[in-house]
Ligand binder design. Structure first.
Ligand code: ADP
Ligand code: MG
Length: 359
């Protein structure tokens, strides 16, 4: 049983002018039983954060606790094997000369458990990831998805309080990803804290209780998937969460507790975190489902369809350009499957559920 706690963690690679600040004061708590995803573009510090928790990197300042144990600070570093953590890497990191069984059993042999206990626990873990039939194979005789399941079983076999994942699905194709997501979500339990690094929004949204969005070694926002999608704290989070539209607007102040704003003269009720003074320049985040075609007689924004892709039951995914007096803004919309958007066609769009980005 364990939780993870990071306070003001700083991680720097190299020294002097050539040094690079990979973690710039990260604070984060992952409760026992919780699944937190670290989401961010390449180079944002996700792997550095994960490796610092695992004990594979030394931190320069701050502190890391696992459960009640202080495992790292500026002067103190507990080695990985004494941290009670299991790690699943993108590239499996299996021993090629050992069988599947021996790969999974390895942490227990290191811990010098009795052989009956090793056999029992290893068999149990292999069954959990549905690999009992392949126990005698070598990693070279497995598919990418099977290798990753061996890696998951090995991370779990010593019953760690913390499991860390670094892009475990990155080298798998779409179908195997879904299957591996199922195995990973089955690992969730009340006594394990899970930290999961990815640059893939879908994985983070689908698996995590909370998501920390990283940028340049800092957490931009830490929130539930729902809040992150509906109420991004910054432009960067809105952009990174994908398919979020950003529209320039002017505040029309508040009326009856509701925030009002105008986009190129179109007046809208909007969702906002803070009271807004009339006249302030704003950025609105709007999902593709919330840019909605209306008849030409209604007030709206003129948009030209650039391209449209039919997506089956979920309708059309449309790239369009809003033709505002101040310039053209690329936007994405999702249109009902019964419509027939055509390239070059003009639409009159209204905006629903817009969120005023606070920062
Ligand atoms: P991510 O996993 O989000 O892609 P990383 O944690 O791997 O990010 O890297 C964060 C930053 O630290 C990047 O700019 C990267 O180039 C740098 N970095 C990572 N590892 C090292 C290293 N061993 N030596 C020097 N710089 C590194
Ligand atoms: Mg990485």
């Amino acid at each position: 049983m364990a939780s993870i706690s990071l306070k003001h963690v700083i991680k720097r690679y190299g020294r002097g002018d050539a040094s690079h600040l990979a973690l710039d004061g990260v604070s984060l708590e992952v409760a026992q039983g919780e699944f937190v995803a670290l989401l961010g573009p390449s180079g944002s510090g996700k792997t550095s954060l994960l490796r610092s928790v695992a004990g594979l990197e030394r931190i320069d300042a701050g502190r890391i606790m696992i459960g009640e144990n202080r495992v790292a600070d500026h002067s103190h570093h507990v080695d990985p094997e004494h941290r009670n953590v299991g790690v699943v890497f993108q590239n499996h990191a299996l021993w090629p000369h050992l069988s599947v069984f021996e790969n999974v059993a390895f942490p227990l042999r290191e811990a010098r458990l009795a052989s009956a206990e090793i056999r029992h626990r290893t068999t149990e873990e292999l069954a959990r990831v549905e690999l009992d039939a392949l126990a005698a194979r070598k990693p070279g005789e497995l598919s990418g998805g099977q290798k990753q399941r061996v890696s998951l079983a090995r991370a779990l076999v010593a019953r760690p309080g913390v499991i860390l994942f670094d892009e475990p699905l990155a080298s798998l194709d779409v179908e195997l990803r879904r299957e591996m997501m199922r195995h990973i979500s089955q690992v969730r339990s009340a006594d394990i804290a899970m930290m999961y690094v990815t640059h893939n929004q879908e994985e983070a949204l689908g698996l995590a209780d909370r998501i920390a969005v990283l940028h340049a070694g800092r957490i931009e926002q830490l929130a539930s998937p729902e809040v992150l999608c509906r109420e991004p704290a910054t432009r960067r989070v809105a952009e990174f969460m994908g398919r979020g539209n950003l529209l320039p607007a002017i505040s029309d102040g508040m009326r009856d507790g509701v925030c009002l704003a105008s986009v190129a003269g179109l007046r809208l009720p909007v969702r906002c975190q803070d009271p807004m003074a009339a006249g302030a320049a704003l950025t609105l985040a709007v999902t593709p489902c919330d840019l909605v075609p209306v008849s030409d007689a209604e007030p709206g924004l003129r948009a030209r369809v650039v391209q449209a892709f039919f997506q089956g039951h979920s309708g059309w995914s449309v790239d369009a350009e809003l033709e505002l007096p101040t310039g053209v803004i690329p936007v994405q919309l999702t249109l009902d499957a019964r419509l027939h958007p055509r390239r070059g066609e003009h639409l009159n769009l209204t905006v629903r559920n817009a969120w005023v980005i606070p920062a």
